[in-house]
Every structure is written in structure tokens, then in C-alpha cells.
Design a protein around this ligand. Structure first.
Ligand SMILES: Nc1nc2c(ncn2[C@@H]2O[C@H](COP(=O)(O)OP(=O)(O)O)[C@@H](O)[C@H]2O)c(=O)[nH]1
Ligand SMILES: [Mg+2]
Length: 659
């Protein structure tokens, strides 16, 4: 077995400090020196890897005592107090076993005196020795406490004190330091030394203690019931009678190191227990905290729910905000992770219910908003709702409903606008247009603009139509038509409508203004033929002869070789005249057979005359001889014709459907 463990190994092991306490001559020095001796001799038990003095002073102290044992001498007692410490390496920990010798006389004074000053001294000593220790080892000389050996010996006080070995006093001091808690009581090993002198003690140390160290035995049972143990050892083995030193070689009892190992095991167990206790305590505290938080939160949720039922409409958003802030907060996530969200929803639902109640009167039986005015009010309320409860399902739903209602009402108004425009109901159109502004959308704007155009057209349509009727059925009533023109022009000025209307009115205006100025124009004619002919003619306007030849007139030969008979000239009223014609009887002398043909032109209106321009009207005899009548109409006629044709064409285009 190696004398000691490698230093790097010791770094990973836990450290335990054990305090070794005993009355003067209890056998502390011999115990420590024997431990050192065992390590030097390589006779440590298997669990112990090595034993070394903890410091140079201890090393020289133990070295000296080791030499004494080797020389078969008992180690010397101390003149002054000595602190001695040994490091004992175990598999999983390093145990530092230390003691502090108390000078003989002082010990008795300190531990058994009634003087408070000495008691204080004892307390200081105990605290110094055991401070920071994980377990206590008390050495008690078994001969000291053996009742048999003290029969009629020391005085009663000293006898009792020695029997307790000051253990109780020390434990009392230590117990006060652990506030009397059993749980905190560190392991106590009471070790009877010099067991070779009392073999019965080695066999059953517990019974030996019960018999000879009853107060301590009772004390430990009461205050450290599960954390104490009695041991009995001998450091040297039997000392032959008559010898003045220890036997050589030393024969320490088999359990020599057992108190140390027991303390290490107890400490480890106690540590585990304390750790578990601490963990359990933390858990319990956490559970208690959780429970309290749960109750507090449950009350908070219930209070908020109750408050929301009572709250005014203005207060609800604030409560909703609160519920929302609870959702996802650490406080509620720990106890009621899903409770705040339904509560928030409940509050919004409550708010929506109130909203629905408030707007109910503005809806019809099917749930649609009645009028534009209702829509404005509803939209405003829903807008406020949306601001108060943003990003909620209710907000999204209500907003999209309002949007749908807006477009429905918009379409309705737009189609009403079109109807109003179609009937030229300007007043209704204006009212509807005002309504439309509340529900306008870009798409409908186009339709409404069309309706506005239609209205303008319709507004000018009527006066222009009246004009058209006059022109069509009383085209010769110049004054009436010009009056109608003025009316239409007034409307066109007020509502600049499509150009077709204005073009029509303008054409009629120009034509009839001219006719007003010059209602009549002159018309004359000539007759030409291929042969030298004689003719009688009549120039007839509306069935009345305006002029006629007196007798058969001889023709005049022209340079071209043709023959011409001069006609007549008459004034024709362009509007009032319906039928213009030239009739003639012709005798053609060149022909072999006598011919006296009765001929006539068709009946012409002044307009038709204008269309003839310079084209002659040809009339033909039975014998297929052509005569040509030339109307000298002049430009007035053709212009009149053109104007009238244009008026008719434009009128047809505008009012075709109404004919
Ligand atoms: N028979 C016997 N005597 C012992 C044993 N240990 C110590 N002694 C005796 O007790 C005396 C005092 O021991 P010591 O260790 O100096 O006591 P300390 O004052 O507690 O250090 C020694 O001088 C020995 O005579 C032992 O194991 N067996
Ligand atoms: Mg000593």
C-alpha cells in the first residue's frame, strides 16, 4: 500500500475536519502517534490510503513520539498546549484529524469548575478545537469511568466529572452552537481508550457506556439519537504487568481506525441528508409560493371578470388591456397560463354586445344598415371600437362588416344616382350625391361620374328635344323655333353637355336666324331644246301661277346651236313653300308629225331646288324628244338645302329612339 495518495488525486476529494477531544491522559497522544506508527509500518487498513502530519509542527511532534514508542517508552505529556493534526486519505475524502492538548491542571479547572471565567475558557477551547469540524471524536479512558475502580476513590464530584470525561460539557457547548437542532447535530464518536485493560469494554462498548457513562449515554440518546456511536479500542494491545512502557511491536485493536471511518461515513450521509433536506425545503417553498400566487391570480382573474360585467363602456378597454397584459406575463404563465386570454376575449365580447345593442336601431330586419346617415353613425362607433380593441377577432370582423355595408350602400346610392340622372331629377341627384360622399369608393366614383354626365345630358336633352319637335313638325314657325333655341342655349350654358346637343342647337340657330333675316329668295327658269320649238309655260308655286306665257313663244337660237325659250322669275318663301313646278305645252315644227305635248316638272320643295344646283330637269315628249328646264336657284337655295339636311341628320342621331 502506498504511504500516501498522489497530491493531484487529493484535489478531487472532499475534505472533512474531525475534532479529537479527551481529558488529560485520555490517550490522545498515544492514539495519534499509533496512527502515525501504523502508516509508517504500512499496517493501515485497506480503506485508508495514507496518513501524514498536516503541518511541520505536527510532523516533528509526532516524529518525536514515534521514536519514543519505538523505544518502548510512553510518549511524554505536554508542558504547553499543542495543536496536532493528521491528514488521513480515504477513497473519496481527506480527513483532517486534529486535537489540541489542554494542559493537565487547566483542563480540570476549566471543565469542572463553577467559576464562570473558567467555564468561558472551556467554551473558547471547545469552539476553537471543533470550529469548522464535521464530526467530533471523544476519547474516554475506560479505566477512568470504570465504576469498580473508583469505589471509595476520588471525591464524589471529581469522580463524576471524570466519569463523564467532560464529554457532556463539550457536547452541551456544541449543542448550543447548533441551536439545539437535532437535524443539525454533527456525528459524535465516543471512543473508550486503553480497552486492553477492560476487555469487556472492547466486546460491547455500548453496554459499557450504559453502565459506566450513563449520563453521557442518556444525553446522546436524547440529543443525538441517530448520530452517535460508542467505540472501544486499544492503541497498544495488552501491556504486560510490571512494564513501564508500551509493548513492542504495538498491537492496536482491529477497529483502531473505525471511529474515524465511521465519522467520515456519517458525515457523507448527513451531507446527503442535508442536501436532500435543502432541496425538499426549496421545493416546498416553491410550492407554497406557487400556491399563494395561484390563489392571488385566481382572485385577480375573478375580480377582473366581475368588474368587466359592471364596468362602463369607457372603462372596458382599460380592463381588456389589463387582461391582455396578463396573458403571457410570467406571473400568470406560472399558474394560469391560459386563463387571461379567454378573459380578454370575454371583455371584448361584452363590449361588442353593447355596441350591437347601441347600433341595433340602425339596422333592418336582415341586419343591414338602413340609411347612409345610419351608416355614418355606425361606422363612427365601430371605428371607436376598433381603436379600443385593436388586433382582436371582433375588431377585424366588425371592420370588414362595415366595409361590406359601405360597398353595398355605395352601390345602392350609385344606382339611385343613375336613376335620378336618367329622369333628370336634379334635386334628388344632389341629395343622393351628398349621401354618396359618405360611402364613396374609387370604383364607384367612375359610375357616379357617368351618372353626373348623364344628368347633364338629360337636363339639356329636354329643351333640345322640344326644339327638335318644333323643327320636325312646325319647321316653318321661325319665331317659335328661335324661341326654343334660346331655351336650349340657356340650359347648355348652365350644363355644358355633350357637343352633339350644342352642335344641333347651333345649326338650327344659324339656319333660322338667316331665315328670319331673309325668308324669301328669287327663283327663275329657262327651257332649252334641241330643235326650234314653240311652247306655252306656267310657273306654279303651291298651286298658284306666279307667271305664265301669253302665247306660243318662238325659241331663240343660242351659239351652241340649241334653242332656248326665256322663262320667268319669282320670289319663293324658303320655308312656307311646298311645291314648285314648271308646266309647258310644246310644238316642234321640225318634226314630220304635229306634236303638242303637255309636259310638267315634278313638284319641288325649295330644299330640293337647292339640291338640283345647275342640273337641268329633263322632260320628254311622247315622241322621245327631251326638253330641259334650268332653275336658276342661286346659292341661297343650296345653302338652305344643306342646312336643312344637316339639321335633320343631327336631329335623327339625337332623337332616333324617340321618333
Ligand atoms: N494499557 C494502555 N495504556 C495506555 C494506552 N494508551 C495510553 N496509555 C496510557 O495512558 C497514558 C496517557 O496517554 P497520553 O496519550 O499521553 O494521554 P493524553 O494526555 O490524552 O495525551 C500513557 O502514558 C499510557 O500510560 C493503551 O492503549 N493501553
Ligand atoms: Mg497528550
Amino acid at each position: 500500500m502506498p504511504p500516501n495518495s498522489p497530491p493531484e488525486e487529493s484535489g478531487r476529494r472532499s475534505k472533512i475536519r474531525l475534532g479529537l477531544f479527551g481529558a488529560t491522559r485520555a490517550g490522545k497522544t498515544v492514539y495519534l502517534t499509533t496512527l502515525y506508527w501504523l502508516s509508517k509500518k504500512g499496517q493501515l487498513p485497506a480503506e485508508v490510503r495514507g496518513v501524514l502530519p498536516a503541518d511541520p509542527e505536527s510532523a516533528s511532534y509526532l516524529g518525536e513520539r514515534y521514536a519514543m514508542l519505538e523505544a518502548a517508552q510512553w510518549p511524554r505529556g505536554n508542558v504547553t498546549s499543542h495543536r496536532v493534526a493528521l491528514e488521513i486519505s480515504l477513497a473519496t475524502e481527506i480527513v483532517t484529524l486534529s486535537t489540541n492538548d489542554f494542559r493537565g491542571g487547566d483542563f480540570t479547572t476549566a471543565f469542572y469548575s463553577d467559576d464562570p471565567a473558567y467555564q468561558q475558557q472551556a467554551q473558547d477551547f471547545i469552539r476553537q478545537l471543533f470550529g469548522g469540524c464535521s464530526a467530533y471524536v471523544f476519547l474516554v479512558d475506560c479505566s477512568d469511568v470504570s465504576a469498580a475502580e473508583h469505589q471509595g476513590g476520588l471525591d464524589e464530584h471529581a469522580g463524576l466529572a471524570q466519569r463523564t470525561g467532560a464529554v457532556e460539557t463539550a457536547l452541551n457547548i456544541l449543542r448550543r452552537d447548533s441551536w439545539g437542532f437535532r437535524l443539525l447535530h454533527r456525528p459524535v464518536a465516543v471512543v473508550f481508550t486503553k480497552g486492553d485493560q477492560h476487555p469487556e469494554c472492547l466486546v460491547d462498548p455500548e453496554s459499557y457506556a450504559k453502565r459506566n457513562l450513563r449520563p453521557t449515554w442518556d444525553y446522546l440518546r436524547q440529543h443525538a439519537s441517530s448520530s452517535h456511536q460508542f467505540f472501544a479500542i486499544t492503541s497498544t494491545g495488552a501491556v504486560p504487568p510490571g512494564t513501564t512502557g508500551p509493548p513492542l511491536p504495538l498491537r492496536p485493536s482491529e477497529n483502531f481506525l473505525e471511529p474515524i471511518l465511521w465519522c467520515a461515513r456519517q458525515h457523507a450521509r448527513r451531507l446527503r441528508f442535508l442536501k436532500f433536506g435543502a432541496a425538499a425545503m426549496v421545493l416546498i417553498l416553491a410550492l407554497c409560493a406557487w400556491g399563494s400566487l395561484y390563489v392571488v391570480n385566481r382572485h385577480a382573474l375573478a375580480d377582473l371578470a366581475a368588474e368587466s360585467r359592471q364596468a362602463s363602456e369607457e372603462q372596458l378597454p382599460q380592463l381588456h388591456q389589463q387582461a391582455r397584459s396578463w396573458q403571457g406575463s410570467l406571473r400568470f404563465t406560472l399558474t394560469q397560463p391560459g386563463a387571461a386570454l379567454p378573459l380578454a376575449q370575454q371583455i371584448v365580447d361584452e363590449a361588442e354586445q353593447r355596441l350591437q345593442h347601441a347600433i341595433g336601431g340602425r339596422l333592418d330586419a336582415t341586419g343591414n344598415i338602413r340609411t347612409i346617415d345610419d351608416f355614418t353613425k355606425v361606422a363612427e362607433r365601430v371605428g371607436r371600437f376598433a381603436e379600443a380593441y385593436p388586433n382582436t377577432e371582433n375588431e377585424v370582423r366588425l371592420k370588414s362588416w362595415v366595409q361590406a355595408e359601405r360597398s353595398r350602400l355605395g352601390q345602392q346610392v350609385a344606382s339611385d344616382l343613375t336613376s335620378a340622372a336618367r329622369t333628370a331629377n336634379e334635386r334628388q341627384f344632389e341629395q343622393l350625391h351628398h349621401d354618396y360622399d359618405q360611402v364613396a369608393t374609387p370604383t364607384l366614383d367612375l359610375q357616379v361620374a357617368d351618372a353626373a354626365r348623364l344628368l347633364k345630358d338629360q337636363l339639356v336633352h329636354e329643351p333640345v328635344k322640344q326644339l327638335w319637335l318644333a323643327v320636325t313638325y312646325q319647321h316653318d314657325d321661325v319665331d317659335q323655333i328661335r324661341q326654343r333655341c334660346s331655351e336650349a342655349e340657356t340650359m347648355l350654358n348652365a350644363y355644358p353637355a355633350s357637343t352633339q346637343y350644342s352642335q344641333y342647337v347651333q345649326t338650327v340657330r344659324e339656319t333660322y336666324d338667316r331665315l328670319k333675316r331673309e325668308p324669301t329668295t328669287s327663283l327663275e327658269f329657262q327651257i332649252r331644246g334641241k330643235y326650234d320649238f314653240k311652247a306655252r309655260w306656267w310657273f306654279e308655286v303651291d298651286g298658284v301661277d306666279r307667271a305664265k306665257s301669253d302665247a306660243s313663244l318662238p325659241a331663240v337660237k343660242l351659239n351652241s346651236g340649241e334653242y332656248e325659250i326665256h322663262g320667268a322669275k319669282t320670289e319663293v318663301d324658303l320655308l312656307a313653300t311646298h311645291a314648285i313646278r314648271v308646266a309647258l305645252n310644246v310644238r316642234d315644227w321640225k318634226l314630220t308629225a304635229w306634236s303638242n305635248s303637255h309636259l310638267t316638272t315634278p313638284l319641288f320643295t325649295p330644299e330640293q331646288i337647292g339640291v338640283l344646283a345647275d342640273q337641268p330637269v329633263v322632260v320628254t315628249t311622247d315622241r322621245h324628244v327631251d326638253y330641259r328646264i334650268f332653275f336658276s336657284a342661286g346659292s341661297d337655295f343650296s345653302e338652305f338645302s344643306r342646312s336643312m339636311a344637316k339639321i335633320r341628320k343631327l336631329g335623327d342621331e339625337l332623337f332616333r329612339a324617340e321618333k
